[in-house]
Design a protein around this ligand. Structure first.
Ligand code: HEC
Ligand code: HEC
Length: 390
């Protein structure tokens, strides 16, 4: 069954922060047309997408997003200067890296699969299964400072030297000053984190063919339409966990009051027939040690899923067709090796995951529908590309 966490968010609009030149902009896509104060930043979102929640102490601004973009692509931000955030989050792969697990700056592999970053502004929790990580700013401490494994390898010993590298590049000091004019020291690790978080909030994917279809600007083929009916229907049940505008089920936005953060076991493993998942990837169980949380992970957004393989928290399913096979079977049986076990019989599996028995045609239809979620704008837009190549 699913572990459920609820958080009550403070009521009120969180986008107001200290801004230099407040201007009135209409809020697009909300039921009311009430003007809202904002900095020089507008979310242009289609009607089916609500505005994200932005922390009051890190308001959006165009210059900060541009600064964050530079930092996101800057290998000087890692201790030994070898990797950047973008090494594991590549735009053309919807900000994933095509690997099951990813090498950090000192060669150690991450425990889990690198996640896509588009629309992460709307995530209620971050990473595959961590109910405690509820902001992009906090999440970033993992890749920057984490040591299991080392990713960017920023430490107390090299932090000053890293900031000095940034200060020495004439591009940075003015961008930091403009972005953080209220800070006594605008160029610091805390502002590095805020700028990258703002850049990530600005990575928005709402221009897939499916989005255009919803707006009456594109059509779906017969196969895609059949696949959509399966996806949102009660036989395949995909929509129960992937049914939001972001194709997941942990969404927070500017007007959310109550936020649900469910995690689910989809029957991928069943070590020794006890329902166990392999350490250290036991999902929510790693935090709660409650048996019912064994193997429970956050349902990932399925936007751009055609280009984000390999799949699942550990990258253990190579293709989208094989993911659909596993759902059709009600879980995955691992036939040999150390992880042998029949996930279909996992006692902690969600009650929403059971054998569907899709026909080959239905599998192709579902695959075709998932293909409509690819957003070419996201994959190619210069706003999110490597600025150091210009
Ligand atoms: C070595 C590869 C690697 C590097 C470098 C890296 N990441 Fe990640 N990223 C990952 C992996 C793996 C995950 C999944 C982590 C988990 O579930 O434990 C992840 C998850 C994330 C998430 C969570 C997304 C979500 O949907 O919850 C964000 C945000 C993120 N990374 C941002 C960054 C930023 C910003 C940087 C640079 C400061 C960065 N990453 C550097 C591999 C990397
Ligand atoms: C009970 C909730 C639930 C249901 C129902 C569900 N999923 Fe999922 N889905 C998840 C979770 C949780 C994961 C991640 C599991 C893991 O890695 O252990 C996932 C992962 C995926 C992935 C891999 C995405 C990636 O980036 O790795 C795809 C594709 C997917 N689901 C498609 C579907 C389809 C298609 C259906 C309907 C047939 C479906 N899901 C039904 C919860 C669900």
């Amino acid at each position: 069954m699913t572990g459920r966490f609820r958080r009550i968010l403070a009521a009120g609009v969180a986008v107001l922060g200290p801004v230099l030149v407040p201007v009135l902009v209409p809020v697009l896509g909300l039921a009311t047309a009430t003007p809202v104060l904002a900095a020089d930043w507008t979310w242009s979102l289609p009607g089916h997408v609500p505005e994200p929640r932005v922390p009051a102490d890190n308001p959006m601004s165009a210059v900060k997003v541009e600064l964050g973009r530079r930092l996101f692509y800057d290998t000087r931000l890692s201790g030994n200067g070898t990797i950047a955030c973008a090494s594991c989050h590549i735009q053309g792969k919807a900000f994933t890296d095509g690997r099951a697990l990813s090498p950090g700056s000192t060669g150690g592999l991450t425990h889990r699969n690198a996640q896509p970053l588009a629309n992460s502004a709307w995530n209620a929790t971050y990473t595959w299964a961590n109910p405690a990580l509820v902001s992009l700013e906090r999440q970033m401490e993992v890749p920057l400072f984490g040591d299991d494994p080392v990713e960017m390898g920023v430490t107390d010993a090299n932090r000053a030297a890293i900031l000095e590298r940034l200060r020495a590049d004439p591009v940075y000091p003015p961008l930091f000053r403009q972005s953080f004019s209220d800070e006594a020291e605008p160029l610091a690790m805390a502002t590095v984190i805020k700028a990258i978080a703002a850049f990530q909030r600005g990575i928005v994917s709402v221009d897939s063919r499916y989005d255009r279809y919803l707006q009456g600007k594109a059509s779906l083929s017969e196969a895609e339409t059949r696949g959509m009916a399966l996806f949102f229907g009660e036989r395949a049940e995909c929509h129960h966990c992937h049914g939001s505008f972001n194709f997941n089920d942990q969404v927070v936005h500017a007007r959310s009051r109550e936020v649900e953060t469910p995690f689910h076991n989809t029957g991928l493993y069943n070590l020794d027939g006890t329902g166990a998942y392999p350490f250290p990837n036991r999902g929510l169980f790693e935090f709660t040690a409650k048996p019912e949380d064994m193997g429970a992970f956050r349902a990932p957004s399925l936007r751009n899923v055609a280009v984000t393989g390999p799949y699942m928290h550990d990258g253990s399913i190579a293709t989208l067709a094989a993911v659909i096979d596993a759902y059709s079977d009600g879980g995955r049986a691992v036939r040999s090796g150390a992880q042998k076990g029949d996930g279909r019989l996992n006692p902690h599996k969600s009650s929403l995951i059971s054998r569907i028995g899709l026909t080959p045609q239905e599998k192709r239809d579902l695959l075709a529908f998932l293909g409509t979620l690819t957003d070419e704008t996201l994959l190619t837009d210069p706003r999110w590309s490597n600025p150091w190549k210009e």
